[in-house]
Ligand binder design. Structure first.
Ligand code: SF4
Ligand code: SF4
Length: 348
């Protein structure tokens, strides 16, 4: 068996249904990623614009001296659950599909570490590796494309032929010289603009990137402090992340749920009762969401998001809880979000 086939078999065993090898060359979109940063489209994610991050992104050699190949893997995960029937008396929030699962970084890192561990035995000598799961500045979609895992879609995400865009990506940089795979041919987005039309904030850009300054995922997950007033009504019921540009994608509609292989089940509901979510104490919130990516928003950021969603939902039952938090919450952003929500409810 060829070395690459043996590695692929190990990756398969670990559940990586998508596996490919990319050459350790500078990423094709390095220049446009620099321009993206220069234009400030990373919004408040200052870590993306640090000088060392800009340098590291220029070539894999910066991250792993002697890097020769990048093993690219993907794990599909389930698409958003169907939305529950709407009731004005019990408004529900919505949580992005990836975030109802246990934090994927942990699982992917474990699996990639296991893949790295088996390499010396397969090749009969020490192998230098670096595991990346959002843990190093690397243009991962470029390498996933070069490795033949999918195309970079107009929604700025990797589109895989079988599983659409609902995939978690990871990379294993290595000093092993392996034959690279071929990128996929064609372009599923050629005549399609459905994600662009579905984006409520016009965040998707012509060069297939997104402007984080307009993206609701950025604002509800990464941003600390208040969300700009003009964007708040566009949040609708979203309380963590946004899947609109994925839900609109015909490739996702065609992918088969039976094929999903993410090993862990959802640990929280995708559409929680908004008022219940708002009334969670910090301890109860940590107990409920502690294993999930929702911790990224922190307790105050989550309550801020839920307050905006309550304002958008129009449920007058929320007024006493919002009023109380508006007066007593220790976090000024939450207080201000509650004041905004109360103004929305009073004009309903
Ligand atoms: S995640 Fe939502 S706001 Fe962001 S680009 Fe996609 S549709 Fe637009
Ligand atoms: S919705 Fe259409 S344009 Fe957007 S990513 Fe999917 S296939 Fe491409």
């Amino acid at each position: 068996m060829l070395l690459k086939d043996a590695i692929k078999a190990e990756a398969d065993q670990l559940g990586f249904v998508l596996f490919g090898v990319a050459p350790a060359i500078p990423p094709p979109h390095y220049q446009s990623s620099q321009e993206w940063i220069q234009a400030g489209r990373q919004a408040g994610m200052a870590y993306l614009a640090r000088p060392e991050a800009l340098t590291s992104r220029s070539t894999p050699e910066q991250l792993l001296p002697g890097c020769r190949s990048i093993l690219c893997v993907a794990l599909p995960y389930p698409q958003p659950a169907p939305t529950p029937a709407e009731t004005i008396d019990q408004p529900r929030g919505s949580i992005a599909a990836y975030a109802v699962l246990p934090d994927y970084h942990i699982l992917l890192q474990e699996k990639l570490n296991a893949l790295a561990k088996c390499l010396p035995e397969l090749v009969g000598k020490p192998v230098h590796t670096l595991v990346c799961v959002d843990t190093a500045p690397i243009l991962e979609k470029d390498y996933a494309f070069l490795a033949g895992l999918g195309w970079i879609g107009r929604n700025s995400l990797l589109l895989t032929p079988k599983f659409g865009s609902y995939v978690f990506l990871g990379e294993l940089l290595t000093d092993l010289e392996l034959e690279p795979d071929e990128p996929l041919e064609g372009d599923p987005c050629a005549q399609c603009y459905q994600c662009v039309h579905a984006c409520p904030t016009h965040a998707l850009r012509p060069e297939r990137s997104l402007d984080a300054r307009r993206c609701l995922s950025y604002w509800t997950i990464e941003h600390r402090g208040s969300i700009p007033e003009a964007l708040r009504p566009l949040l609708g019921e979203r309380i963590f992340g946004c899947d609109s540009c994925q839900m609109a994608c015909p490739l996702n509609a065609q992918s088969s749920p039976a094929a999903f292989t993410y090993a862990q089940d959802a640990v929280i509901e995708a559409y929680p009762d908004l008022l219940e979510a708002f009334n969670l104490s910090q301890e109860a919130w940590e107990a409920k969401y502690g294993q999930t990516p929702i911790t990224r928003a922190k307790y105050a950021g989550f309550r801020r998001n839920v307050a905006y969603a309550l304002g958008n939902a129009g449920d007058l039952h929320a007024i006493p809880a919002l009023q109380q938090a508006c007066e007593q919450d220790p976090d000024p952003t939450v207080k201000e979000a509650c004041a905004w929500a109360l103004r929305q409810l009073k004009t309903h």
